[in-house]
Design a protein around this ligand. Sequence first.
Ligand SMILES: [Fe+2]
Length: 308
Amino acid sequence: VRVARRHQPFAVELSGLDGADVSRSNGAELRRFLIQHRLVIIRQLDISPEQHVLLMSRLGRVITEMPDSVHLPYPERVGGKVSYVTTRPGEYISGRDKLTFHSDFSFYRDGAGDAISLYAVEVDRDDPTTYVDMVGAARHMPAALLERLRGLEVVKCANFFQNADDYGDHYRITDRIEGKDYGNTVSVHPAVIRHPRTGEELVNICQTFTSHVKGWSYATSEDLFRDVARWQYLPAHTYRHYWRTGDLVIWDNIALQHGRDPLGDAGTRHLQRVVTNPWDVEELQERSGSALDLHDPALLPATGEAAT
Ligand SMILES: [Fe+2]
């Protein structure tokens, strides 16, 4: 495995890896690149779903994302370990909407977990996925702002039943639709955390899943989020990946957030997804627990003037 190219500000493109024959030592090497660069690109791969799963299993525990009801009719989905982010209908993440910045799973108590990979099975439009570095954000923001964040907790949630148009930049815990089953997808997190592998501080606030600062009103939270966002989404901390068929992109889902602009009306973008995480989705749900839910007053935003 060799470095073919570096992409500013953090990504690295590798060559010399045959997706059909991925060894344990390849996995250890990929891990080192992932720790150092946060995002690894391997181009012109021709791999089956099984090979994709094998490759990621060299990095960590490949998790079952899909419930049995979804994957059982499709043996090629390797027991629910393979899913799709696609313009084709009826998949895990289908559609062409804008996706605001987020780390997947970060609304669970255990946080964002580990790594995500997407493999471009068929791409005839190259709209980018945008990646932003939260370690860089913590490092570059004013020291006083970072110090302020260190003392705060945020409430995160996933409001699956909302359209992108309806929630602005942040899901709000009180926008949940009464009677819908959201699973155990509310949790409280420090606004700044340390990366479990590198010990680096990073900003643990994202656009999509962060409802508000614990104990604060939405308005006061929003003022802070706006100040922080100035440092999170700077071009200097951004890498845009323009997809081509055969690309495999693996990224650190803890250090990086990802998002995309709306995709155009025509053309196909079919990306195959395999994820490593210490816990399966069902385990993440269990570990998060249902005690934290939207009826717990401690999780609801303050009304009126927040005590900050
Ligand atoms: Fe995502």
